[in-house]
Design a protein. Structure first.
Length: 149
């Protein structure tokens, strides 16, 4: 799906963002990554799933920051915020973000949803650690694209 499709289907909308809003999203992502690293070492089995959810949320914040940087955001009230960010990144940042990380983002969205709503125990420690690594990569890439140190 390209940007015109995303706009015409009311998945994303134009949005005038500020540099402080973009920086806030990046700061939230950094905090979520740190929290995921702390959470994964917990003794509770659910801590692995929670670390995965935190890493996924960081990816979502990074993706939203990238959307904001181009004056777009997920359309409010559609209930598909996660999918809108993923679709926008795949459309507008293809070639700028590693293809495998974009694929991981989509898979992480699905896994997080299942782990939170449907199937406890779906996510293992290796899955969570891998997502944290991919999220750190996405953060580094986003900072380069956004010219943030």
């Amino acid at each position: 799906m390209n940007l015109e499709d995303l706009l015409s289907k009311n998945i994303v909308e134009e949005f005038s963002s500020s540099s402080s809003q973009i920086q806030q999203k990046i700061s939230l992502a950094e905090a979520d990554i740190d929290a995921a690293k702390d959470t994964i070492i917990g003794k509770n089995k659910r801590s692995v799933e929670w670390a995965y959810a935190q890493a996924y949320n960081a990816m979502l914040q990074i993706g939203t920051a990238l959307m904001y940087s181009r004056n777009y955001r997920p359309k409010k009230g559609t209930g598909s915020h996660h999918w809108a960010v993923e679709s926008y990144l795949k459309s507008e940042f293809k070639g700028l973000i590693a293809k495998n990380v974009l694929a991981v983002f989509g898979k992480a969205r699905q896994n997080r949803h299942e782990a939170v709503y449907d199937q406890v125990g779906l996510i293992g420690k290796t899955d969570a650690e891998g997502l944290i690594t991919d999220t750190e990569y996405l953060l580094k890439t986003a900072k380069i694209l956004l010219r943030i140190k």
